[in-house]
Design a protein around this ligand. Structure first.
Ligand code: ZN
Length: 294
């Protein structure tokens, strides 16, 4: 038996066993979660090949590619508190914060990866980012400060995502927004990198209901949960996790990624969409701290 970390419902049976972890699905909110909810720690991430491309990056990723990222396009189309103070949890090398600066936001952020923060400083010229875990950040910051907090593709790695969302909500001004992306429990395709969505890497996979419940239990007002369409960029990302040729940092790698980005994957995504296999790979959630909230 295990208990859903979002709505506290009990599950009687594990869906599967992965090493020392059970994977459960909540019968109420459909959250898929690990038992135990135990992060593998910094050492595991430092060794994981899933993050080697990020660690080894020596040149800046092109801005045009970042601008096409569905998460970022969706965020900027919302035009939330323009010009305000925007904070990103898990900012990596600062690609999104660079785009947000262009849009007039005053940006800052944290990431647990020192090499990513160094890249943010040196390659992207983003000064106001530092190495920190989200737990450390929440223990030191002043509440009620940020107009927008973004946390893209991080909650699924956390041992207690609800308390982190609650803590981040407390960092928002009244009518401030929390925007997150999480993997869908129905995500598809998975064949390229089946080890991505299982513990200890992803401790949770989310339904629309689970994400809304998480916002509500954290004292936030859920505004929208938006599933991503199937996109060429998703297929390319999945393919690059599996095929080393797409991870090469030289001219050949760049050429292969370019062909994949502009030709192969858009055609594949279109074909798969027509075959009605697509959609809901990632969920984008938007919540607001209500005026006079606790
Ligand atoms: Zn639940």
């Amino acid at each position: 038996m295990a208990r859903c970390p979002i709505c506290q419902a009990e599950t009687l049976q594990a869906r599967m066993q992965v090493g020392d972890y059970e994977v459960h699905q909540c019968p109420v909110c459909q959250l898929r979660f690990s038992n135990p909810m135990q992060s593998p720690g910094a050492q595991w991430y430092a060794q994981s090949k899933l993050y080697s491309e990020r660690r080894d990056r020596k040149m800046a990723a092109p801005r045009w590619a970042a601008r096409q990222d569905w998460r970022y396009r969706s965020f900027f189309s919302l035009n939330l508190n323009p010009g305000g103070k925007l904070f990103e949890v898990g900012c990596g090398s600062g690609i999104f914060l660079g785009l947000a600066t262009e849009r007039g936001y005053q940006v800052s952020g944290i990431d647990h990866d020192p090499s990513a923060i160094e890249t943010a400083h040196q390659l992207y010229g983003i000064a106001n980012v530092q190495v920190s875990s989200v737990e450390e950040f929440l223990s030191t910051e002043c509440p009620g400060y940020f107009d927008v907090i973004c946390i893209f593709d991080v909650l699924e790695h956390l041992q207690d995502p609800l308390s982190i969302v609650k803590g981040l909500g407390g960092q928002l001004v009244d009518d401030g927004y929390l925007v997150c992306t999480v993997p869908s429990h129905q995500r598809w395709p998975q064949w390229f990198a089946p080890d991505v969505d299982i513990p200890p890497h992803h401790l949770t996979l989310w339904s629309e209901l689970a994400l809304k419940q998480c916002f509500i239990n954290a004292g936030l007002e859920p505004l929208e949960v938006r599933p991503s369409p199937l996109m060429g960029e998703t297929l390319l990302h999945q393919a690059s996790l599996r095929w080393r040729a797409l991870q090469r940092l030289d001219a050949l790698g760049a050429a292969l990624r370019g062909i994949g980005h502009f030709i192969v994957m858009p055609v594949a995504a279109r074909f798969l969409s027509l075959a009605k296999k697509a959609g809901g790979f990632t969920l984008l959630g938007i919540a607001r701290r209500q005026t006079n909230a606790g």
